[in-house]
Design a protein. Structure first.
Length: 113
C-alpha cells in the first residue's frame, strides 16, 4: 500500500508531508522505545509511536522508514517536526490510539504477506 493511501484512509494530519507520497510501505512497526525501533524496524516500514521527541525523526531517518505516525494525540515537540523536515522524514499525527492505528493498518493490508 502506498503512503498517501494510508494517510487518506486513516485521516492522518501531516506535520511533515512525504517528499514521495506514493512510496510503497513495506510493513509496519509499533514501539515507544527508540532502541527497539532501531533494532527491529526495517526500511520502508511505517512506525507507530506515541513519542514526540526529536530523536524519533533521527531514528526514522537512520532506518529509512516510509514515515512515522505519532498516535494517541501525543504532543510533538516543535524540534521533532524541524528535524523530520531537515531529514526528509514524513511525520504524521492522529488522535486514534496506537492500538487502533495498528489494527487499521493491518486491515488495510500493511504487513500482510
Amino acid at each position: 500500500m502506498k503512503l498517501d493511501e494510508i494517510v487518506q484512509a486513516l485521516q492522518l494530519t501531516a506535520l511533515v508531508p512525504a517528499t514521495v507520497p506514493s512510496v510503497e510501505v513495506s510493513g509496519g512497526y509499533a514501539s515507544d522505545l527508540l532502541s527497539n525501533a532501531m533494532g527491529q524496524a526495517a526500511p520502508g516500514q511505517i512506525w507507530v509511536t506515541m513519542q514526540g521527541h526529536p530523536n524519533v525523526a533521527a531514528v526514522a531517518s537512520l532506518l529509512n522508514l516510509a514515515g512515522v505516525i505519532i498516535a494517541g494525540g501525543a504532543s510533538v515537540a516543535p524540534e521533532t517536526a524541524q528535524k523530520a523536515q531537515a531529514n526528509g522524514v514524513a511525520l504524521f499525527t492522529t488522535r486514534l490510539p496506537a492500538y487502533e492505528v495498528c489494527g487499521r493498518l493491518y486491515a488495510l493490508g500493511v504487513g500482510k504477506p
